[in-house]
Design a binder for this molecule. Structure first.
Ligand code: SF4
Length: 339
């Protein structure tokens, strides 16, 4: 069964692989590890469609790992703005510097794990895809396919271990990188979350969930607790076609990113957080934003006086606001203020 699944899947992949900018086509040499690593970091929690323009912009601006290692962290953070999960960008810079310092990427999964901020998934993916090492690569797509193939009833996240054990049994000794990408493609295009297209699936024969008749019910998931709600106020201070922006403290949420001044997200429910300037403030409305661990309701207030903010910050021209690298939350607040 082991070789049969891998053989059938690789045969399908040779004919149906998605063409993606960070991939080598079947039969071509393995892709540049820098591009594989960059794409895998960007793809965590993020769709292929959202990643493509960022990948193009990053590789045009920083074509290799040495160039990225030499980039100031703030510039990388600004270029990352909009992709979310900003700790990924900070870790990207750290890992790039470590790779440049040692003269290239380690080629093994264990060696890759030693790079700062590089987790088990990324190490396995880079080892398999860029260096053709046998590694068991399990992302959310692969989890879904494996849970269905083996009809694993344990709900996620507890199912991660049995899924990994099952994935290990079907990972081939050769072409592990292609196998990993084939599983990802199968999950993204055929074995989809709500509507698996079993009739087109190369693994239909021998799929336990399909045999049971309702594959879409797997993987089961433990019900998530609702996220805690945080409240905050962002302050819009505008003058001479420029807006006052600050740099967020290095640690904590959105650390190191350019942003509107805010009240630390500890405001009262009525949006009456402490403003950076005394005087008249006009309530413009609210925006909502979902973080990994919390839901944020952010009121946006516009300054209606003629005082000047104190402390560190900069007047940023409104005409170039897109270039400020505001994270999505503050980009939403800015859109509200400018509407
Ligand atoms: S047969 Fe259906 S459920 Fe099973 S792996 Fe293929 S698409 Fe998924």
């Amino acid at each position: 069964m082991t070789s049969t699944i891998a053989d059938r899947l690789l045969d399908w992949y040779d004919r149906h692989a998605r063409a993606l900018p960070w991939r080598a086509r079947t039969g071509e040499p393995a892709p540049d590890p820098y591009r594989v690593w960059l794409s895998e970091v960007m793809l965590q929690q993020t769709t292929v469609a959202a990643v493509k323009p960022y990948f193009a912009a990053f590789t045009a601006r920083w074509p290799d790992v040495a160039a990225l290692a030499a980039a100031p962290e703030e510039e990388v953070m600004a270029a990352w703005a909009g992709l979310g999960y900003y700790s990924r960008a900070r870790n990207l810079v750290k890992a790039a510097r470590a790779v440049a310092g040692r003269g290239g990427f380690p080629e093994t999964e264990a060696g890759l794990r030693e790079l700062p901020g590089l987790g088990a998934y990324t190490a396995a993916a880079v080892a398999a895809i860029a260096f053709d090492r046998r590694a068991v690569v399990v992302d959310a797509n692969v989890e879904r396919v494996v849970a269905r193939l083996f009809a694993i009833e344990t709900p996620l996240p507890q199912a991660r271990k049995p899924i990994r054990v099952a994935a290990e049994t079907i990972t081939p000794e050769t072409r592990a990188g292609d196998f990993a990408q084939a599983m990802m493609d199968l999950g993204a295009t055929i074995c989809t979350t709500r509507d698996p297209r079993c009739l087109l699936c190369p693994l239909a024969e021998g799929c336990a969930a399909r045999a049971q008749g309702d594959p879409a019910r797997l993987p089961r998931k433990t019900k998530k607790k609702p996220k805690p709600l945080r409240l905050g106020v962002a302050f819009w201070i505008e003058r001479d076609n420029a807006v006052w922006l600050v740099r967020r403290a290095g640690k904590g949420m959105l650390g190191g990113m350019r942003a509107l001044p805010d009240d630390g997200w500890s405001a009262q429910a009525d949006g009456s957080g402490e403003p950076p300037l005394p005087g008249d403030w006009e309530a413009l409305g609210r925006i909502s934003h979902t973080f990994t661990h919390a839901q944020l309701e952010l009121a946006v207030s516009r300054y209606a006086g003629d005082g000047s903010p104190e402390g560190e910050g900069e007047w940023w021209p409104l005409a170039r606001l897109e270039e400020a690298g505001l994270p999505t939350l503050f980009a939403k607040a800015a859109r509200l203020a400018l509407a």
